[in-house]
Ligand binder design. Sequence first.
Ligand code: CS2
Length: 488
Amino acid sequence: MKKRLSNMTIANVPAAIPRYPRRAVAPGIVHLGVGAFHRAHQAAYVDACLEGGESDWGIVGVSLRSPDTRDALKPQDGLYTLAIRDSAGEQLQVIGSIQSLLVAPENPGAVLAALADPRIRIVTLTITEKAYLRAADGRLDSTHPDIVHDLANPGSPKTAHGFLAEALARRRAAGTPPFTVLCCDNLPANGATLHRLLIEFAKLRNADLARHVADEVAFPSSMVDRIVPATTDADRARVAQQLGLEDAWPVMTEPFRQWVIEDRFPAGRPAWEQFGVTMVEDVGPFEDMKLRLLNGAHSGIAYLGLLSGHATVDRAFADPSIRQFVDRLWAEAIPTLPQDAGLDPIPYTAELAQRFSNTALAHRTAQIANDGSQKLPQRIVVSALARLEAGLLPEHLSLAVAAWIAACAARGGTLPEGHFTDPLDAALADVFGRNLPTAEITAAVFDLAGFANGHAERQKLIELVATHLVHFKQGGPKLAFAALGIGN
Ligand code: CS2
């Protein structure tokens, strides 16, 4: 039995290890949603800052739901291995930036205390799209049971909104300046979106708090990018073998990483720009390009891959029909991007093609397929609507939407039950069970997910999606591709 990774055992491992006195680092960031993505991305950037001599920006990691990460990392003093993988091999790096871990449902008071600590000057979030609790119209879902709970129990919240609002209220009462809130989820205009939702939430508490959040708290937007497949037991075994120590939860990732952040941090920030982060005035063009080209293609690959029997992104992307589909999806989405932002989508998509071909990642299509109702609006629907507005057809973008609906409906049939999940699953099952004509199914799904809500081109998009859906039903992805002249 190997020893466990920890401060005590780390000294002689054959991996890059934190070369700074961890104990001398003060906490400066609270991170909500301390999952694999955070540990492969922001925590690695912060680790580089600490290694570079910054000492005020240790991370307090908070899980809003499950104790799993804390249970895995606490016996390891917060240390874990990042395995950076591609066809050339695997590089191991032990990350030391997470200093402590809290589990919100076990002790919400401890999370509020950490957030109210004057040393904390930034709160970052990767809680996934669905945890922002937006209703189909995009506003805060004020009827959600967790929001109702948080309004009734401000001292023991469950949601990110509840924690942020109460912590900002406490800081204000104590005369502590507010922290900066840095959203790192794949939402459109993520900082501005969270700002608006938090103001809506705070208004339900009191107008004064809402004004404080509106006027005195900074919410810079950011674009985050690194592909992070879920860790498997084989990954754990391989990392332990190479490291010579057990690590209960190493994180797998690719060599590529990118973080673009709007530079609005009134309470201070690490010198991120010295460690590979791009600080900008407006992250919008970077974010649109990433969401529509990377994530849009990812979702298309996931659903078409699942329907075509491909378990991983690299295998789906090696399927000539899917590859051709992705090239055409990019060709449809690129003209919808801001044209004057100085970003070149051609080398960007060429690099994406390389990243999607990384066979060492085994990024599962079912992992990306989760939560499509929350992801497709900013990845696919937005570009499809922009094309329709410009009088252009979004034939491939609409195919991605149809593939999502077809893949959802295929669960329990050609795909395993629960192969991926969505917050709308119960409502979707109800729609699929009603034996409606395809056009009505499509319209009902659009209503549920809020796709193209109130948009003039909504009906046209529904018709395009319904036509593809008929093809999926009659002849699977082969017929749907053939109707677009793919694979002939
Ligand atoms: C993926 C993203 O799971 C998904 O929906 O599209 O997590 C993607 O891997 C990251 O955004 C890459 O930065």
